[in-house]
Design a binder for this molecule. Structure first.
Ligand code: DX5
Ligand code: ZN
Length: 242
């Protein structure tokens, strides 16, 4: 197996506020506020009260954010079943990344193809009990792997520690693949555990309640970046990078 050492700097680490915890009545302003506070992309949680026991937002809200003027990449996390029908709608509405759960589609490769054909970047999402075997024949066509560190459906849950080992395992697979694939973690990320996720190998960090329930979005993002700055050299050392 080919091994490529990934050289990642702290500027490659992205923070993605999850608007699930934003004030939906003021969504455009909330997205502006986290953008001004230094967010790298906006995490957009789509729930259908079927695949997960909660109901949120769809393509019209995505389109509305684009029309409002949101310029950051939109990181659409589909927690819906089935997934294929809605993918063209999200692409047309301005999604940048579209990620889905392998359990939610009959044909994983076809769904990845559909996302790419519509000009979006494709992500595959792993629940806490979903095995990484699903990466065996998919990683070559993925732009993002998302490791859930909570069971999907709600904001404000506690981080499940077993996600760290899983992130480490995916980091090895991505480095071995030798092509750029984001490694994102979602669920229970706070100022006090973001460094551990980075040390395990994550480079993209979803945070909902930690940011939107804080008094100052900018102060929280700054604190997260400070944590990431201290964590990252450890990551490189652990990976054996120069
Ligand atoms: C959970 C969602 C998450 C959620 C994270 O199903 O996928 O993106 O918003 O929220 P926090 O950061 O509060 O755990
Ligand atoms: Zn999410």
């Amino acid at each position: 197996m080919r091994t490529t050492r990934t050289k990642t700097t702290s500027s490659d680490l992205w923070i993605a506020p999850s608007i699930l915890s934003a004030d939906f009545a003021r969504l455009g302003e909330e997205v502006d506020a986290v953008t001004a506070a230094g967010a790298d992309l906006i995490h957009f949680d789509v729930m259908d009260n079927h695949y997960v026991p909660n109901l949120t937002i769809g393509p019209p809200v995505c389109r509305a954010l684009r029309r409002y003027g949101t310029r950051l990449p939109l990181d659409v996390h589909l927690m819906v079943k089935p997934v294929d029908r809605i993918i063209p709608d999200f692409a047309e509405a301005g999604a940048t990344y579209i990620s889905f759960h392998p359990e939610a589609t009959e044909h994983i490769d076809r769904t990845i193809g559909l996302i790419r054909e519509h000009g979006c970047k494709a992500g595959l999402v792993f629940n806490p009990a979903t095995p990484l075997d699903y990466l065996d024949y998919t990683l070559a066509r993925l732009d993002l792997v998302l490791i859930m560190s909570v069971n999907p459906g709600f904001g404000g849950q506690s981080f499940i520690d077993s996600a760290l080992g899983k992130i480490t395992e995916v980091r090895k697979r991505i480095d071995a693949a030798g092509r750029p694939v984001r490694l994102e973690v979602d669920g229970g990320i706070k100022v006090d555990n973001i460094a551990a996720a980075a040390a395990a190998g994550a480079d993209t960090f979803v945070a909902g309640s930690a940011i939107f329930e804080s008094k100052s979005y900018a102060a929280t993002l700054r604190a997260m970046r400070q944590q990431l700055a201290t964590a990252h050299p450890l990551t490189r050392a652990q990976r054996g990078s120069p």
